[in-house]
Structures are given as structure tokens and as C-alpha cells.
Unconditional design. Structure first.
Length: 296
């Protein structure tokens, strides 16, 4: 099986062109299975492997305390490996064909309420250096639901404050046009007029938001800015850039926005990803009912 594994990884690299990280993750999962098969089942060839062996291995991994999400990755690795072996006629059948993927628990995203969002946005001191920049970034995060990388990658040529739209590049290199709220436009304009010109150097590009050295910001720096703004605002919750995106979507939904529109603004490829916010809203409604209804 180890020789077959080497051939399979080569197939992933050369014929399917998958990333080094994907190859490494798949190799790690399959080597774990191979070691278990050799030491506990005395199996060194792929042919004798049965569905029962695969189930026993996954049960073993679960007993070791492996998270469901990690077990799912191992199941995927096993399925693509044995499917490839069967396709190459190296084994008579694919033992993983009916192996189910474990169901992942659905975790509801954290959100801030409207009042806490206001406190967070008011956190930066606009009278201090870079205060206008930080306020503008927080306004834009909440106004448009951008990912951290989309905000730090935002460019002047894609920003139109007159029509109140911004074009951003999201996951998979996909671009989308997102509206910007009036307050965010005002904050961005104030930053562009008063603060950004002072940050520009000869090497400055067209990034909207600049560091004190005139370069584009990193997502790590954005995390620091959001965290420090939350601390100044006295927020106890763990606050991070993506929390603003979750809050943006949840508040739109509670205000009556159509789920398809929210999907488009967030840049989700699948509506199922956006539907998680309906569960957040349902949870909020249940909590309100339980708190205020006399028989809640």
C-alpha cells in the first residue's frame, strides 16, 4: 500500500494539480491508516481492505478523541484513494464506496447586537493619528460585510463613493460589487481627505487603507485594530473582523432583507452557507419569546 500511496500522491500533484498543502494533508491521513492497517490488521496490500476495516479504523480514531471535522478529512482521503485504486484496476472493488461522511455539528456564528456595533465603531479616537482610518475600516466592515482580506485588499480604483459601491475580490478570485452605507461613505471620505494623503510615500500603491509606512495593511494588523477598538469601547466579547461580517448579515436578515440578496452581498457561492443566519435569527427570536412572553 505504501508504494500505491506514493503513486497516488504523484497523481494528485501531476494530473490533478492539487496544492502542496492538500497533498500533505492527504498523505498524512493515509499514512495514519496504513500504519494502523499494518500494525493491527497485518494488512500491507490494498486488495484485502474491506469496508469493515475502514469503519474499524475510523472508530479507533474517534476513540482517540479526534474531532468530527478531522475525521471527515480522513474519510475523504480514504474515499479518493480507494476510488483511484479501483479506477486504476489495482483492486477489484472500492471498499469505501458506501462509507458515509460524518455529519458535522452546526455552529451558529457569533454576532454583536446593534448597540455593541455602534460602541465598537465609536472606539477609535478620530482626533488621534490613524483614528479616521480605523473608524473608516470599522464602518466599512459593518456596512458591507467584507472579509478581512477583502477590506485590506480594497483599492481606490474599485471604490466609488458617489454611487456608494465598492468592488472587491473574494474567495477563489471572484469579484463582486457591494453597496456601502452612507455613514461608511462619510467616514471613508474623511479618511481619504485628511489622513491618507499624509501616509502616502513614493512606493505607495492604490490600497485604500494604508499603514503608517504607506503600505497596505495585513489582515493580522486589522485584527489588532479591531481588538484594540473593542477594548476601548469596553466590550467584553471576543471581537474580531469576521464578527462584523456575521453581524452585518444577521442584522440585514432581522430587518427583512431577502436571503438571496444577502448571499450576493456576502459572495457566498451556495445559498446553504447563507442560511446559517436564519438559524441565528430564529435563536434570537426564541430567546426574546422566552424572556418576555408570560408563558415563555
Amino acid at each position: 500500500m505504501r508504494a500505491a500511496l506514493e503513486d497516488f500522491i504523484l497523481h494528485l500533484a501531476t494530473e490533478r494539480g492539487l496544492s502542496d498543502n492538500y497533498q500533505l494533508s492527504t498523505r498524512r491521513s493515509l499514512e495514519t491508516f496504513l500504519t494502523w492497517a499494518e500494525t493491527t490488521q497485518k494488512i500491507t496490500e490494498p486488495g484485502p481492505v474491506t469496508l469493515a476495516h475502514l469503519q474499524a479504523f475510523l472508530g479507533h480514531r474517534k476513540r482517540l478523541g479526534l474531532a468530527t471535522s478531522s475525521i471527515k478529512l480522513e474519510v475523504v482521503a480514504l474515499k479518493i484513494f480507494f476510488r483511484w485504486l479501483a479506477g486504476e484496476k489495482r483492486i477489484p472493488r472500492d471498499p469505501s464506496e458506501v462509507l458515509p461522511l460524518p455529519r458535522l455539528e452546526r455552529y451558529l456564528p457569533e454576532t454583536l447586537n446593534e448597540r455593541d456595533v455602534e460602541r465598537l465603531i465609536d472606539g477609535p479616537d478620530v482626533t488621534q493619528p490613524l483614528g479616521l482610518r480605523d473608524r473608516a475600516m470599522l464602518e466599512l466592515l459593518y456596512a458591507s460585510g467584507l472579509r478581512a482580506s477583502e477590506l485590506t485588499g480594497a483599492r481606490l480604483e474599485n471604490l466609488d463613493l458617489d454611487t456608494r459601491f465598492i468592488r472587491v475580490t473574494g474567495k477563489g478570485g471572484k469579484t463582486r460589487v457591494v453597496p456601502i452605507g452612507a455613514k461608511a461613505c462619510e467616514a471613508i471620505q474623511a479618511y481619504l481627505n485628511k489622513e491618507r494623503p499624509e501616509l502616502v510615500t513614493k512606493r505607495t500603491g492604490s490600497h485604500v487603507f494604508l499603514s503608517r509606512h504607506g503600505k497596505g495593511l495585513t489582515t493580522a494588523r486589522l485584527w489588532q485594530i479591531v481588538k484594540s477598538s473593542a477594548e476601548r469601547a469596553g466590550l467584553d466579547a471576543r471581537v474580531y473582523p469576521h464578527l462584523m461580517r456575521h453581524s452585518f448579515a444577521t442584522h440585514l436578515l432581522s430587518g427583512g432583507a431577502d436571503l438571496r440578496v444577502i448571499q450576493e452581498m456576502l459572495g457566498h457561492a451556495d445559498i446553504a452557507t447563507t442560511q446559517i443566519y436564519t438559524h441565528v435569527e430564529q435563536k434570537r427570536l426564541k430567546e426574546t419569546h422566552r424572556k418576555f412572553h408570560p408563558r415563555g
